[in-house]
Design a protein. Structure first.
Length: 389
């Protein structure tokens, strides 16, 4: 259930006693009953009903609580909102300013509602690191304290040694049925790994996992690629290589867009053409799926497919969760490089985006989302004072 928007109205001291009723009636033209509540507590939206309301608005705008400033037309309401917007900027507060009717008709209020609720929904969620962060990820380890501070997410650490042997698990029928009729060697083992991870997600009530998978494939000759692909397809965030920065970004994107993004390697950068690749693409992201061996070890199974998207957004959080990179691009091809992970895609990006990837990367892995989500991602980051490169 989506929590109601918290809205406050402000007006000059001599405003009539029915001003509050007028504010509620105005909002009722655009918002369904029960989708908002009028409050004197720190609001998500401040509705300006007249000029002379600046001091009242500032008293409501609490530090650390971003706000959308909306003004009705007339009564010097927009003038007052502009003054407050200037005050917010000079005091390093995040706010957006808009004509109220424009904000509702353009979808800005709907976007703001999504952003507000993303950060509310993340509070109290649980995630787990299964194994350890892979040794080569020197810029992707997120401290548990920082994950809690920025996102409100609690991190559990679960060593592989504390988990049952995957061979003792039953095969996950969801994965087996996906490839019904295809006698793929190793599929049953991959389905048992999925059952192991799914059981842990359900037992611990986890919203996300980051799995250090190389020790599994090296010691047991079975990959977690298909298991992670299936979990992500179902909307359960599952990052590989124990990449906590990617896991955090995947959680944020999932709650914002409803889609779990693809975590992929920055494999090649030639001019403005970026090649991404990885072996764990979610099944709902790709078509023409096949199950070759895992690239680095040439063993077990991996996911190979063609990305079903034309325009995409690329997203990445830093290991401190204090910086973000947001890029957009166009899919131009699906190469077949033998020296890269199995699912591969070429994306053309702008010269400025290419420069950022070369000179200000936040890490190897990028998160790819079909469509253009740059505006909403920028809003959700700025809401939490995350710096956008």
């Amino acid at each position: 259930m989506i929590p109601p928007l918290k809205i406050s109205w402000v007006a000059h001291k001599g405003a009539g006693p029915d001003t509050g009723e007028k504010a509620t009636a105005f909002l009722g033209q655009f918002l369904a009953p029960g989708s908002f509540e009028m409050t004197s507590q720190p609001p998500d939206i401040i509705l300006f009903m007249s000029g002379g309301s600046e001091r009242m608005a500032i008293s409501l705008a609490q530090a650390g609580h971003p706000v959308l400033l909306l003004a009705i037309r007339g009564n010097n309401a927009y003038a007052a909102a502009t003054e407050v917007m200037a005050w917010m900027k000079s005091n390093n507060r995040y706010a957006l300013l808009s004509d109220a009717r424009d904000a509702f008709e353009s979808g800005l209020v709907d976007q703001w509602l999504k952003v507000v609720n993303v950060w509310k929904n993340l509070q109290g969620q649980k995630a787990a690191l299964i194994g350890t962060v892979s040794d080569w990820l020197v810029a992707s380890e997120v401290a548990a304290e920082q994950l809690k501070k920025v996102m409100g997410v609690c991190l559990e650490e679960i060593p592989w040694s504390e988990l049952p042997d995957y061979r003792e698990m039953i095969t996950d029928e969801t994965l087996m049925n996906r490839f019904h009729g295809n006698k793929v060697r190793g599929l049953e083992e991959a389905a048992r790994v999925l059952t192991l991870l799914r059981n842990e997600v359900e037992k611990q009530s986890l919203s996300a996992i980051a799995v250090e998978c190389f020790s599994l494939v090296q010691q047991e000759k079975v990959t977690a690629c298909l298991a992670l692909a299936q979990l992500n397809t179902e909307g359960i965030t599952a990052a590989c290589e124990g990449d906590l920065a990617s896991m955090a970004g995947m959680m944020l994107v999932r709650d914002l867009t409803g889609m779990v993004p693809w975590m992929a390697n920055t494999t090649r950068m030639e001019g403005q053409t970026l090649t991404l690749s990885h072996c764990t693409a979610a099944f709902n992201l790709v078509e023409n799926v096949s199950l070759p061996t895992h690239y680095e070890t040439n063993t077990s199974l991996a996911v190979k497919g063609m990305v079903k998207a034309s325009g995409v957004t690329l997203f990445r959080l830093s290991s401190t969760l204090e910086k973000a990179m947001i890029l957009t691009g166009k899919v131009t091809g699906h190469p077949q490089h033998r020296d890269a992970c199995r699912t591969q895609v070429e994306i053309v990006i702008s010269p400025s985006s290419a420069d950022k990837l070369k000179n200000q990367p936040l890490g190897n892995h990028l998160l790819m989302i079909p469509g253009n989500w740059s505006e909403l991602l920028e809003m959700v980051c700025r809401y939490r004072e995350i710096i956008i490169l």
